[in-house]
Ligand binder design. Structure first.
Ligand code: SAM
Ligand code: GLN
Length: 283
């Protein structure tokens, strides 16, 4: 058997040749060997156990084909929570943590002490809904998704992280409309990539397309959510969306059609890109 050092070097070469991230070789080794870096250095010149080596080689092969590290590891950290991710769900992004943070600010500002009802539309791994419930246990949280397999992952994450979230499968707001659920807060990171946009192959070839593409102009899901929103939002409520960096003007114009009296604002992410749209309905 090769030593840890040899296996690592081999993997790094393989990834470099494949134009994948060389650093992922070490991250995967640490994860599979269940070690931190100093432990790894201590056993660097020992042979790797056969089973570990085989699993490692399989993982490296996936990385060499540009599969995202998070799918190979099986998790992604989001808002301090370890979220299981499988190829059935979008890998939650750092920008989306900012959406969660800004929603929490507004929950405090508008609904402190009021046990507000919130829904996350298109929940995927459940990242948004679960993080919000964990940060703000007074929220009553619903989440919907069209994908049954995604909801299984979301339910597992909610169970593992002890977050009480009610999941419904269905088309956007329909599960809430059917049950007469009325919201103080509607949150969504819908698919917003225009159909024809070219994407990195690690995204296009591995992440679920149902989670990525939002029709020809990327706005399909916002349009549909805006259309139905008045059936599920309360008289005093707010809506919070993640948006594409170049969708601000089009979305503000669209939102004005459906919420003509309401105050709205677009916030930028840490990279200075327009990333979040908040609509304040009588609050
Ligand atoms: N909320 C997760 C996050 O932020 O990481 C996932 C967001 S992903 C961009 C969009 C999600 O919307 C996917 O999980 C996808 O399955 C779901 N979706 C797509 N079409 C839908 C529809 N018609 N109704 C409900 N959910 C839908
Ligand atoms: N931010 C994701 C990407 O660029 C897309 C997420 C979405 O469509 N909501 O891959």
């Amino acid at each position: 058997m090769p030593t840890y050092r040899e296996a690592l070097r081999q993997a790094q070469q393989q990834l470099t040749q494949a134009d994948a991230y060389e650093q992922h070789a070490q991250l995967l080794m640490l994860e599979l060997a269940n070690q931190n870096l100093s432990d790894l250095y201590l056993c660097y010149d020992e042979p790797m156990p056969q089973e570990l080596y085989d699993t490692y080689c399989q993982g490296v092969k996936r990385l060499a084909k540009q599969e995202p590290l998070q799918y190979v590891l099986g998790y992604q950290w989001f808002y301090g929570n370890k979220m299981t991710v499988t190829p059935e769900v979008l890998i939650p992004r750092y920008e989306t943590e900012e959406l969660v943070a800004n929603v929490l600010v507004d929950v405090d500002a508008y609904f402190e002490g009021k046990n507000p009802v919130l829904a996350d539309i298109g929940t995927g791994s459940g990242a948004i809904a679960i993080s919000l419930k964990r940060e703000e246990p007074s929220l009553q949280v619903y989440a919907t998704d069209i994908s049954e397999t995604a909801l299984k992952v979301a339910q597992k994450n909610a169970d593992d992280l002890n977050a009480e979230v009610t999941f419904y499968r269905g088309d956007l707001l329909q599960p809430l409309i059917d049950r007469g659920i009325q919201l103080d807060i509607l949150v969504s990171n819908p698919p917003y990539i225009p159909q024809k946009q070219t994407l990195e192959s690690s995204v296009k070839d591995y992440e679920p397309h149902v989670a990525l593409f939002g029709g020809n102009d990327g706005l399909y899901f916002y349009r549909r959510i805006f259309e139905d929103a008045h059936k599920v939002i309360k008289e005093h409520s707010f809506l919070a969306f993640e948006i594409g960096y170049d969708e601000k003007d089009a979305l503000l114009a669209l939102a004005k059609e459906y919420f003509p009296q309401d105050r709205m604002t677009v916030l930028q992410d840490l990279n200075g890109k327009d990333r979040m749209l908040f609509i304040y309905h009588n609050v």
